[in-house]
Design a protein around this ligand. Structure first.
Ligand code: SF4
Length: 332
């Protein structure tokens, strides 16, 4: 009988499982070159690492687009940029009542985290609009004290970041999207990744937990993805959302060929092995692009997901996702 030999390229993953010590950048690059037939072994190990070291079993959250479109930035994947010609609903900041109704529905469906998202560059000062956002957060705390409220308002200056800290949000989402050195070519050049990183530093200075990750399928290489995963280590983030591009008509990335499932599996697994203790969340593209493979990806190291729709595209019904989550939990 043939004895089982652990493939040398995968040894680092076993070490993470034994010790909880993350893989190095060099080890991640080796794992990225694993042949496809070993991708499932890597996924299974990443899933075990998640079970052993990540504090949260399954983190589900839902977002509401509270202000849509007419953004002056030119993010290539985004339907809300005014540089792109996507056909989307455009509206100014919604009122407090609408946010409350959406948050109530989300909470009633069993979702613990609700994020308010606005389009646009962000807020360098506390403008009247930013004050309205702070008031919305207060209202949600008052009416739904058990709901965790998250925010994603773009780039922030000192004052807005400090003000948010006093209003008690669970996490602030701002993504670096890709390897920092590729941001200006793959994502946008109307603002820099350094401005995003500056905001993250301000948030951390104010003890605000940061949700920050990236997107796959925008033309990046596997090495770029690993550079992004390791850049996150420097930024002290708590939650890492990984998105798969949903190519939208009217954006420069419409018609972009999807990344192979095996590459996405490896990216999730490598991200888990580099961040054994963090929440890694599967965000956009889970149901729409990954379809049949979303279950596999949720078992490749992720322990969170975004449910109930995205900013400009519909997702899956929350009730369907709750049933899906129960099945995923049976592998834990
Ligand atoms: S991702 Fe945000 S900043 Fe970029 S274009 Fe879309 S709304 Fe604007």
């Amino acid at each position: 009988m043939e004895s089982t030999v652990i493939h040398p390229q995968i040894v680092a993953a076993y070490r993470v499982l034994e010790t909880g010590e993350p893989i190095s950048h060099a080890e991640a690059l080796l794992l990225a070159n694993l042949p496809g037939e070993l991708a499932l072994d890597l996924a299974a190990l990443a899933n075990k690492v998640k079970n052993r070291y990540s504090s949260e079993s399954l983190h589900a959250c839902s977002i509401m687009n509270a202000k849509s479109g007419v953004c002056g930035e030119n993010c290539r994947f985004c339907a809300q940029s005014k540089h792109n010609r996507a056909d989307i609903e455009v509206y100014d900041l919604v009122n407090e009542e609408s946010v409350l109704i959406e948050a109530r529905n989300c909470f009633a469906a069993g979702i613990s985290h609700f994020g308010i998202v606005t389009s646009g560059y962000g807020y360098k000062r506390i403008t009247p609009e930013f004050q309205r956002l702070l008031d919305m957060i207060d209202r949600l705390h008052a009416e739904l004290p058990e709901l965790s409220v998250c925010a994603s308002f773009g780039m922030l200056g000192e004052e807005p970041a400090a003000a948010l800290a006093t209003h008690g949000i669970a996490h602030y989402n701002i993504n670096i999207q890709v390897a920092p050195e590729k941001y200006s070519t793959l994502i946008a050049d109307t603002h820099s990744v350094e401005e995003r990183i500056e905001t993250i530093k301000l948030l951390r200075k104010n003890n605000i937990s940061v949700c920050c990750g990236g997107i796959m399928g925008v033309g990046e290489s596997m090495q770029d993805r690993i550079a992004m995963i390791f850049a996150l280590k420097e930024l002290d983030v708590s939650v890492i959302p990984l998105n798969v591009l949903v190519p939208i008509e009217g954006t420069p990335l419409a018609g972009k060929e999807p990344v192979s499932v095996a590459e996405i599996v490896k990216t999730f697994a490598i991200c888990r092995l580099a961040h054994p203790h963090k929440v890694i969340k599967f965000a956009a593209g889970r149901e729409t692009i990954m379809k049949d493979f979303q279950g596999l990806l949720m078992l490749s190291g992720a322990n969170g997901y975004l449910t109930g729709g995205y900013l400009t595209t519909r997702g899956r019904d929350i009730a369907d996702d709750n049933r899906f989550a129960a099945q995923i939990a049976s592998f834990n």
